[in-house]
Write a protein that binds this ligand. Structure first.
Ligand code: EPZ
Length: 432
């Protein structure tokens, strides 16, 4: 049965919370364990449906997986190159990262095109072109992808036309056990790329330059088991800071790497928040009413992250003045706008530009989460809104945010997760 969030807004968020491990690091690292002949211990794996979907694929490939709280033990010694069925691939976009790992280990990979958030076309041409560069033959038919490289992968030089996060990850994975050296130019520089490289190097890979635009990978014959701790989730961290900012709150986030949220901090400060940074924690104090911020343009790291576009839009929707947001990464990532508008936000979208005219207050409404980050922006709006907000389709958010209710309740929010039918009768009154 599907569930929804019910939020009674306008509680000020106050307190201290730790930040979960990063979904977008954990997923490629788990996929990378396919390359390893041995047992890997992946710590700080968040408890999310996307992590479970990844574990399901690993098990389908013959890896032995055991989960103990936030630790994931994966033994890839007995992995096999089973084709990955459509049902498993469709769960999420990052299932495509298995391509580089399986091809790297077996010289052959067969799977369906991936699913994921509906935020634009999301082609995989850069991934497939890169696999061809390693010498693989790639066949795409009826939604199926078959890659074969009977003579084994050969190290190569690849220049990405755009610094795609997923393509960079796939190239690193395929190159790890390829023969010879691979150099990747115009690589993505996101912290999750460096985290993947740190894991692979701990397993015996030879990767240099991750986090910079140029990455060199010297192929090795074998990778061995290792332990690795996933980095904290910078998008979740920045999201909770935005939540505190919108409710005039004051929160301290612990267990984070402040540099990773560097691109978001100037925006929070421009909005009038005081932000204090320490080695592993950040404290934010919000003013009574936020100010509009300078123009925001989503860019590859270290630019402003596209994954924060929706949450920051919710924040600017209640700021004093006008904020202009330009989404440059995904072609269709404004599906939260009509939902925010139902709550009284004044936002006009023209192509890739959104003009947000801040209003003094939002009002609770029934809304639907369109995707992961768009859904979280509705949670933020609900926390700041007057009255009750009901958000349905919360499965999107449960792909990326661990224990949203518990975390926000610990900060003083009035939020509940309820089964659809349980709440329907009760809430009818609230919206009558
Ligand atoms: C990763 O997606 C993240 N997902 C996304 O997070 C994030 O929004 C994105 O990077 C950008 O930071 C994971 O890490 C699992 P890209 P990815 O390849 O790898 C185009 C979230 O909310 N492109 O860098 O799919 C593509 O269409 C998610 O947690 C091609 O044209 O992103 C897009 O416009 C959503 N051809 C742009 O590049 C390709 O072959 C960026 O995509 C690949 C990408």
């Amino acid at each position: 049965m599907s569930a929804k969030f019910v939020i009674n807004g306008q509680n000020r968020l106050v307190g201290e919370i730790p930040v979960q491990g990063a979904k977008n690091s954990a997923l490629p690292i788990l996929a990378a364990t396919v390359l390893v002949d041995g047992c890997c211990e992946i710590r700080d794996c968040p408890d999310l449906t996307d992590v479970q979907a990844t574990v399901n694929i690993l098990r389908h490939l013959g890896c032995r997986v055991r989960r103990e709280e936030h630790c994931c033990f994966v033994d890839g010694s007995g992995a096999v190159d089973n084709p990955i069925p459509e049902r498993l691939m469709h769960e999420m976009r990052s299932s495509i990262i298995f391509l580089g790992a399986i091809l790297g280990r077996f010289g052959k990979a067969e799977m369906f095109a991936p699913g994921g958030c509906e935020i634009g076309l999301r082609p995989i041409d850069l991934h497939l072109d890169a696999m061809r560069k390693f010498g693989a033959e790639v066949l795409e038919e009826h939604g199926k992808i078959v890659c074969e490289c009977p003579k084994g992968l050969k190290g190569t030089q690849i220049t990405l036309s755009f610094p795609s996060v997923g393509a960079t990850e796939n190239i690193m994975l395929a190159a790890c056990r390829a023969e010879g050296t691979t150099t990747l130019f115009n690589a993505a520089r996101e912290p999750e790329i460096s985290d993947l490289a740190d894991f692979l190097n701990a397993a015996g890979a030879r990767i240099q330059g991750a986090g910079c635009g140029e990455i060199t990978i010297e192929g090795v014959r074998r990778l061995h088991g290792c332990a690795h701790t996933v980095i904290p989730d910078r998008i979740v961290a920045a999201g909770y800071l935005a939540a505190a900012a919108m409710t005039g709150g004051c929160i301290r986030l612990t267990d984070i790497i402040p540099a990773h949220i560097g691109p978001v901090l100037p925006i929070l400060r421009d909005a009038g928040c005081e932000v204090e940074i320490h080695a592993r924690d950040v404290t934010l104090r919000a003013p009574k009413r936020l100010l509009a911020v300078k123009n925001i343009r989503t860019m590859p790291y270290p630019g402003f992250p596209t994954d924060m576009q929706a949450p920051i839009m919710a924040m600017t929707a209640v700021a004093r003045g006008t904020t202009v947001i330009v989404e440059t990464i995904f072609e269709s990532r404004y599906k939260h706008v009509p939902e925010l508008a139902r709550m009284g936000a004044n936002i006009r979208v023209e192509g890739r530009t959104a003009v947000v005219q801040g209003v003094p207050t939002l009002t609770g409404a029934r809304v639907t989460a369109p995707d992961l980050r768009g859904g979280f922006s509705l949670v933020l709006a609900g926390l700041a809104a007057r009255g009750i907000t009901e958000i349905s389709d919360i499965r999107h958010m449960e792909r990326g945010y661990e224990d949203i209710c518990k975390t926000l309740s610990a900060l003083g929010a009035d939020i509940q997760r309820v089964k659809d039918s349980e709440r329907d009768e009760e809430s009818r009154g609230a919206f009558a």
